[in-house]
Design a protein around this ligand. Structure first.
Ligand code: K1U
Ligand code: ZN
Length: 173
């Protein structure tokens, strides 16, 4: 397994719409394993292939406390949504920024697993939020798109400053 580089907002590559996987092969399984390692190393609960500059519809997640219940979604689609909820979101591509976003409260997602078999999952709470957040990534959307223009400009300014500081003094490994 290897750790992948996570693109950071406002990188234009985060705006690309990912292509469906035609058939699930070892290539997709290897990508999913590398994405999972990257997500765990970054202390995230989800990661979409777009964020690691791979243009395919692959998502990994793990919301368990022990970080031992990985979930894989290939070609995920929301087939039903109900209610609304406001949830504080973060994003590994927008480091250090958290903001409340309105999402559906409950969703039903249809996807393929790593074995290529279709499955459906009903989700609510943080799992529902995370699924919607990750599918947005596959469609080239980032959670800051839901913020007001003023808040979004503030986020962009803060990130530009942080990126300048990181360039001047890269974090030691
Ligand atoms: O897609 C990503 O960038 C991963 C993102 C997923 C996510 C978290 C929270 C709400 C929606 C989507 C993260 O993992 S951010 C880091 C994190 O672990 C976290 C942040 C806020 C609440 C819970 C977890
Ligand atoms: Zn994200």
């Amino acid at each position: 397994m290897s750790r992948l580089n996570i693109l950071e907002f406002p990188d234009p590559r985060l705006r690309r719409v990912a292509k469906p996987v035609e058939s699930v092969t070892d290539k997709e399984r290897q990508l999913a394993a590398d994405m999972l390692e990257t997500m765990y190393a970054s202390r995230g609960i989800g990661l979409a292939a777009t964020q690691v500059n791979e243009g395919v519809r692959v998502v990994v997640m793990d919301l368990s406390e022990q970080r031992n219940e990985p979930r894989y979604f290939i070609n995920p689609e929301i087939i039903d949504r109900q209610g609304t909820q406001a949830c504080e979101e973060g994003c590994l591509s927008v480091p250090g920024i958290y903001a409340e976003v309105n999402r559906a409260e409950r969703v039903t997602v249809r996807a393929l697993g790593l074995d290529g078999e279709a499955f459906e999952l009903e989700a609510d709470g943080l799992l529902a939020v995370c699924i919607q957040h990750e599918i947005d990534h596959l469609d080239g959307k980032v959670f800051v798109d839901y913020l007001s223009p003023l808040k979004r400009r503030m986020v962009e300014k803060r990130l530009r400053k942080q990126q300048r500081l990181d360039k001047a003094e890269p974090a030691r490994a």
